[in-house]
Write a protein that binds this ligand. Structure first.
Ligand code: NAP
Length: 307
């Protein structure tokens, strides 16, 4: 069997189109232009690239973007003051503080200071708690992306036997909560899980968020299962000094021989994250204005029928 490739780039672009349509309708019919504020502290090159892409995507989707670049020496109190100001600013509907922050700043304190209604990264404990309680919440972007990708293969996740490998606060745990909300039967594996290959081989849906390159092997995958690979590790290319490549948590070539569908790395989960951030910004703007909240979690019928 050769797996169908789940094309994250195309699905993310389709989602971005739906978000842009929703933003356009809000501006036209209700005079509401969703706004996203991104705070970048210091000059980490990877963060600079990521923030640049977010700004471009936000403006390209018809929303307002507010960039705040602060020196690496900024004090925690000054950063908290900025977050407080953004919390009160009515044209800012979403606030994202780019991580990692410099060591002298307590990231948890900064994230907890963001108004949960504007927490478009979905990292605030209030949003995680609301997710756990099954209440409307802003959910973290990468897990949301995984759900949308899985739904391109399984329009309903109800009753599916799903395993999530990894239990981090930003991927594994919120993803487990989202999957429970979809009525999947969820196993969450971690570094202390026993007999992981056997447990994994029972699953109809495997989601790997471990951070260990090519950790999940072909023999762990039930024939026909859907595999979503969240992992991203940059590794040197053997024999090509100075060159590197991105590798996922799944041994892609061998897993694709047994899986029914699989995401590549790069080009799978990665592109979904920014699109889900834009979706959360539109949702946050609607929540704050008391307007109906659009549901972007289902891929369009075009996406579902693509082979
Ligand atoms: P993390 O915080 O390091 O968590 C890794 C998880 O994997 C932990 O729960 C850990 O278990 C588990 N684990 C480690 N070794 C294991 C083993 N031998 N067997 C089973 N489980 C094991 O990582 P993360 O932040 O969730 O990220 C995971 C991967 O996803 C990384 O490669 C990251 O770069 C990638 N990522 C991608 C995106 C994106 O595409 N946009 C976004 C976020 C993350 P314990 O809890 O027991 O330690």
């Amino acid at each position: 069997m050769t797996a169908r490739i789940i094309d994250g780039k195309t699905i993310a672009a389709e989602l971005r189109g739906r978000v842009a349509d929703a933003a356009h309708r809000l501006a036209r019919d209700r005079a509401l232009v969703p706004g996203l504020a991104v705070v970048l502290v210091g000059s980490n090159p990877a963060s600079e690239v990521y923030v640049g892409s977010k700004t471009k995507a936000t403006v390209g989707s018809g929303m307002r973007s507010f960039d705040h670049r602060l020196p690496a020496t900024v004090g925690e109190a000054d950063l908290l003051t900025l977050v407080g100001r953004l919390n009160r600013d009515p044209v800012v509907h979403g606030i994202l503080v780019q991580l990692p922050l410099p060591a002298h700043i307590d990231s948890q304190k900064i994230l907890a200071a963001i108004d949960p209604a504007k927490d478009v990264d979905g990292f605030h404990p209030v949003n995680l708690g609301r997710l756990a309680a099954g209440l409307p919440a802003l959910a973290p972007c990468t897990p949301l992306g995984c759900i949308i990708l899985a739904k391109t293969v399984h329009p309903s996740l109800e009753g599916l036997d799903a395993i999530i490998i990894g239990r981090s606060n930003i991927v594994g745990k919120p993803l487990a909560l989202l999957m429970l909300g979809e009525n999947a039967t969820v196993t969450v594996a971690h570094s202390k899980t026993e007999n992981l290959p056997e447990v994994c081989a029972r699953a109809d849906l495997v989601i790997a968020a471990v951070g260990r390159p090519e950790f999940v092997r072909k023999s762990w995958i039930k024939p026909g299962a859907t595999v979503i690979d969240v992992g991203i590790t940059r590794l040197p290319v053997p024999g090509e000094p100075g060159k590197s490549k991105l590798v996922g948590d799944v041994a892609f070539a061998e897993a694709a021989e047994v899986a029914g569908a699989i995401t590549p790395v790069p080009g799978g989960v990665g592109p979904m994250t920014i699109s889900c951030l834009l979706a959360n910004t539109v949702r946050a703007a609607c929540m704050q204005a008391g307007f109906p909240i659009p549901d972007f979690s289902k891929p369009s019928s075009d996406e579902r029928s693509r082979d």
